[in-house]
Write a protein that binds this ligand. Structure first.
Ligand SMILES: C[S@@+](CC[C@H](N)C(=O)[O-])C[C@H]1O[C@@H](n2cnc3c(N)ncnc32)[C@H](O)[C@@H]1O
Length: 183
């Protein structure tokens, strides 16, 4: 699966900002988005609950003949544990989150992005059940929710709407944000 076009809007920001501190691909799955950053020589931490997802990323990287390889790390973690705050004390130049929502993480995400760093978030909205899964409200953003959560950050890009998709209905309802944490 290809990376999200949203990352192409952010790549120049990340190229200049993330030379030393890695980007976190939170709930990375196959790593399609973090791998796009790796291809741009940006260091990435791939994080997911599923060891099989991280193995898939490793296999893709092993088959990848890049001349320059940035620093890459893997983190097998359950972000929804209630006893711990997994992002506390960590620092990333950006956190990217695609197709994943666990609202209790938002405060940690905001803290773990370094000052002047970025959040790049894209997931489904409450309009999605019209077009397919997911339909659990816990996994669906309310209208304006991302912009509200990051209202104290500089909003570089914000979008909500229905886009073409490679699924049965041919459509999906998503929200996107690129926002910069104040320095
Ligand atoms: C729909 S996939 C999206 C994967 C990737 N971000 C993408 O857009 O291709 C959701 C991912 O979230 C991961 N996930 C679900 N619950 C999780 C949790 N509690 N902690 C960490 N990762 C989780 C799943 O293993 C899966 O890889």
């Amino acid at each position: 699966m290809n990376h999200s076009p949203l990352l192409e809007k952010a790549i120049q920001l990340l190229d200049t900002e993330s030379l030393h501190i890695p980007v976190l691909d939170l709930a990375c799955g196959s790593g399609r988005n973090g791998l796009y950053l790796v291809n741009h020589n940006i260091p990435v931490v791939f994080a997911d609950i599923k060891p099989s997802a991280l193995e898939q990323v490793k296999t893709t990287l092993a088959n990848h003949n890049a001349e320059v390889k940035p620093s890459i790390n893997f983190w097998q973690i359950d972000f929804e544990q209630t006893q711990i705050t997994p992002l506390e004390g960590k620092s990333f130049s950006a956190i990217i989150v695609f197709r994943y929502l666990h609202r209790a993480l938002f405060d940690q995400i905001k803290q773990a992005v370094t000052d002047g760093g970025y959040v790049i978030y894209e997931t489904f909205t409450v309009d999605q059940p019209e077009f397919g899964r997911p339909n659990n409200p816990n996994y669906l953003l309310q209208h304006g929710e991302l912009a509200e959560i990051f209202s104290e950050w500089e909003i570089i890009h914000s979008f909500e709407g229905v886009i073409d998709a490679n699924n049965e209905s041919g459509k999906q309802a998503i929200a996107q944000i690129i926002a910069r944490k104040p320095k």
